[in-house]
Design a protein around this ligand. Structure first.
Ligand code: GLU
Length: 493
């Protein structure tokens, strides 16, 4: 048994999107579950499309999710990642070896020539593929062309005889390709840079990668890669191609669905614990029942064989539900800290109100907060002064007889409350209702609308306590005055 060594090999051409993050997670979990090694390799040989900002975005995304890689040339506490752009000499060495073995040959055809022949093939109704023109050049012809012409590309010489290229995919079972659907593909471009398939195999060989876990968009690359392994007399890794991820409309998930970087989900109030759990469930299940896992739990229960070959659907409702479960599981100090940090990132700095107030605030928000961003809405009665008034709630208040009088009376009662506690506020409100000869609800319901602008909100005494006497009195009196001005029930004089 080879020891388990897996890699996540993103091209730095954008941020860490949902599909990439899931691939990284499955690799990480498989490594952890097997006591193996998780390698991070940045595939940046395409200098035009790669950029440093994307490298940082990918690293930040992985760090945000908590997926630590454990190997590479780094210094200090964090190792790696490997960068393909720094491994050029290695690819050239392997290329020379393939040339020496007769498994690769220089191709002098210019892009224009290749394009013209491609068009001719298409016009004849043939599948376009390289016609192997340069494969049969003699050593003298090659030497002559090398002197006179532009630098050649290097092509892989497919085996002459037809063969079936097949592998047992952990996710999808046996997959087979006919070698005659392939052509002599490019290993090194004319500028000397390796193609993805070549650099990928060289690195997977050099890094002793045991399992390649990646998205199914790479299935058509796998037969080419297997042929390169064979030419190098190296045994291929075990392949596992995870299914694609679909948006709610059944189309492949893309930016159109608003699914951008994993960190953008953080900006929308998803916590890393929720995101990791949700990503794990995009095409994997433990037993069809248990759905909530921390990363540490996943590390022990993840089984690669249980990755589902059918497309996974990205369901935002599910993401929010999973996130809510993780918010509930956090210990209170942690949850308070995260809500406060999120609100602060949106310009609401509440920390100055002290830990007791912050804790009471987050407690009052309760289960209504499925994502941290929900705190902006559920907590609007504190975050906005005055909070927006719901028109339906206000219409109902206008239709309540004697609402202004009750609000006014409650304002007076609050102003006189000496001990600012939930108990005192509740006792005061109830004895006021008694004095007025009405049920407590007749005072509380209009007060809720006056204080929060809504019919449904956290507990009224919590709301009062959090707002403090001055704001409570101001809002109650303002609502009373507005009722007198607008309600058809108001006595006109
Ligand atoms: N650089 C490739 C990608 O980002 C890696 C594919 C692989 O894992 O082999 O899709």
């Amino acid at each position: 048994m080879r020891s388990v060594r897996v890699r996540f090999a993103p091209s730095p051409t954008g941020f860490l999107h949902v599909g990439g993050a899931r691939t990284a997670l499955y690799n990480y979990l498989f490594a952890r579950s097997q006591g193996g090694t998780f390698v991070l390799r940045i595939e940046d040989t395409d200098a035009e499309r790669s950029n440093e900002a994307s490298v940082q975005a990918i690293l930040n995304g992985l760090r945000w999710l908590g997926l630590t890689w454990n190997e590479g040339p780094g210094v200090g506490g964090e190792h790696g990642p490997y960068f393909q752009a720094q491994r050029h000499a290695l690819y050239l060495r392997y290329a020379e070896r393939l040339v020496a073995q007769g498994c690769a040959y220089p191709c002098f055809c210019s892009p224009q020539e290749l394009e013209a022949r491609r068009e001719q093939q298409l016009a004849r109704g043939e599948d376009p593929r390289y016609d192997r023109r340069c494969r049969t050049l003699s050593p003298e012809q090659r030497a002559a062309r090398a002197i006179s012409g532009p630098r050649p590309a290097l092509r892989f010489a497919l085996p002459e005889e037809f063969q079936e290229v097949a592998w047992d995919d952990v996710v999808r079972g046996r997959v087979a390709f006919r070698s005659d659907v392939l052509d002599d593909f490019v290993l090194l471009r004319a500028d000397g840079l390796p193609t993805y398939n070549f650099a990928c195999v060289v690195d997977d060989v050099e890094m002793r990668i045991s399992h390649v876990i990646r998205g199914d968009d790479h299935i058509s690359n796998t037969p080419r890669q297997i042929l390169i392994y064979e030419a190098l007399a190296a045994s291929p890794p075990i392949f596992a191609h995870a299914s694609m991820i679909l948006g709610p409309d059944g189309k492949r998930l893309s930016k159109r669905h608003g699914a951008t970087s994993v960190e953008a989900f953080g900006d929308q109030g998803i916590i890393p614990e929720g995101m990791v759990n949700f990503l794990a469930l995009l095409g994997w299940a433990l037993d069809g029942q248990t759905e909530i896992f921390t990363l540490a739990e996943l590390e022990t229960v993840f089984v690669l064989e249980r990755v589902n070959p059918n497309p996974a659907v990205f369901d935002t409702q599910k993401l929010e539900w999973v996130n809510a479960q993780h918010l509930k599981r956090l210990d209170e100090a942690d949850r308070v800290g995260r809500v406060m940090a999120f609100l602060s990132s949106r310009g609401h700095r509440l920390a100055g109100r002290g830990p007791e107030w912050c804790t009471a605030f987050v407690r009052a928000l309760g289960d209504r907060v499925r994502t941290l961003a929900d705190a902006l809405d559920v907590g609007a009665f504190v975050l906005e002064d005055p909070p927006p008034m719901d028109s339906e709630a206000w219409a109902e208040l206008l239709a309540r007889p004697a609402a202004a009088e009750r609000l006014q009376a409650l304002a007076a009662c609050v102003r006189e409350t000496r001990e600012w506690s939930l108990e005192a506020l509740e006792a005061g409100t109830r004895s006021l209702a008694n004095e007025l000869g009405v049920k407590a609800g007749e005072v509380i319901a209009p007060a809720r609308v006056a204080l929060t602008g809504r019919k449904a909100a956290p507990g009224i005494f919590e709301v009062m306590w959090l707002l403090g006497s001055d704001i409570v009195v101001t809002r109650l009196e303002a609502a009373a005055a507005r009722w007198r001005a607008e309600s058809p029930l108001a006595a006109r004089v």
